[in-house]
Ligand binder design. Structure first.
Ligand SMILES: O=C(O)CCC(=O)C(=O)O
Ligand SMILES: [Fe+2]
Length: 279
């Protein structure tokens, strides 16, 4: 398995991209419409925010899941017992956002959402007929105007040497949602699990956009599109002193969307959040 970056503006980009998603669960795009200066600015200003105490004023609410999740409550991946070494902020269009950070992050939310809707149309176009027959409505309609799509600003602090034994920045997991859109972070570390059990570095050149399939699209496609396990490993050597910031947009359908014969989007999400221990 290899992960080659695909030129968004190339003639065959949609087909090549969907082939990559099908074969690896991941696709990497270059030359895409997301503004890299905006992403860089967001990394810088949110890193500064995470370094202040102001973040504690935005402590997340369990009922709504917006706001700041400190390292002490942040996730333990499904099947793991040690917490990830990370803190994060959940941005929803309707949620609490620090006033000075609002404009840029909401501009990014909009750009990433627009790209994601187009990519779902690509997925739809190149789904075989027996797979698209399973979709209860066009994929991009499932997420259109959804208030559940979540932009997570992640901060992985520099390593202190006092981390819990076995803890890594993000333990191996699959994403719950339809598609995840993730600009390459300011530091490397993201890896995807290959079928032979080894880990592959995701090409993380700044400016790349990384897209991966989540469990909901796997469910909706009857397993045709695989939700692939990924993780973020700890830095070593001089990089241990560096924080890492990343910005995944988790595309979620509206609550009542029928995902499959087994689940609506809401039923599926509730089950998974319970497993994660955040509900
Ligand atoms: O930080 C990253 O690069 C990936 C984060 C991730 O996989 C997640 O939050 O689900
Ligand atoms: Fe993930």
């Amino acid at each position: 398995m290899t992960l080659a970056a695909i030129d968004y503006r190339a003639e065959n980009s949609a087909e090549a991209f969907v082939k990559s998603l099908r074969e690896t669960g991941f696709g990497v795009l270059t030359n895409h419409p997301i503004n890299p200066e905006l992403v860089q600015t967001i990394y810088t200003e949110w890193q500064a925010f995470f370094e202040t105490e102001e973040k504690h004023g935005f402590l997340f609410k369990p009922e709504t899941q917006d706001g700041f999740f400190p390292a002490t409550v942040s996730e333990t991946a499904k099947g793991h017992s040690v917490k990830d070494i990370k803190e994060y902020f959940h941005v929803y269009t309707w949620g609490r956002i620090p006033e000075s950070l609002k404009e840029n992050i909401l501009a990014y939310y909009e750009q990433a959402n627009a790209l994601a809707a187009e990519l779902l149309d690509w997925v739809e176009e190149f789904s075989p007929a027996d797979v698209s027959a399973k979709y209860s409505m066009p994929l991009s309609k499932m997420v259109e105007a959804s208030t559940r799509t979540l932009l997570r600003v992640l901060h992985y602090p520099p390593m202190t040497g006092n981390e819990e034994v076995g803890a890594i920045r993000a333990a191996a997991h699959e994403d719950i949602n339809m598609l995840t859109v993730l600009p390459a972070a300011n530091e490397p570390g993201l890896q995807v699990l290959k079928q032979d059990g080894s880990w592959l570095d995701v090409p993380s050149d700044f400016g790349n956009i990384i897209i991966n399939i989540g469990d909901m699209l796997q469910e909706a496609s009857g397993g045709y599109f695989p939700s692939t396990t990924h993780r973020v490993i700890n830095p070593e050597g001089a990089d241990m002193t560096k924080a890492r910031v990343s910005l995944p947009l988790f595309l979620h359908p509206k609550a009542d969307v029928v995902l499959s014969e087994r689940y609506t989007a809401d039923e599926y999400l509730t089950e998974r959040l319970r497993e994660l221990g955040v509900l």
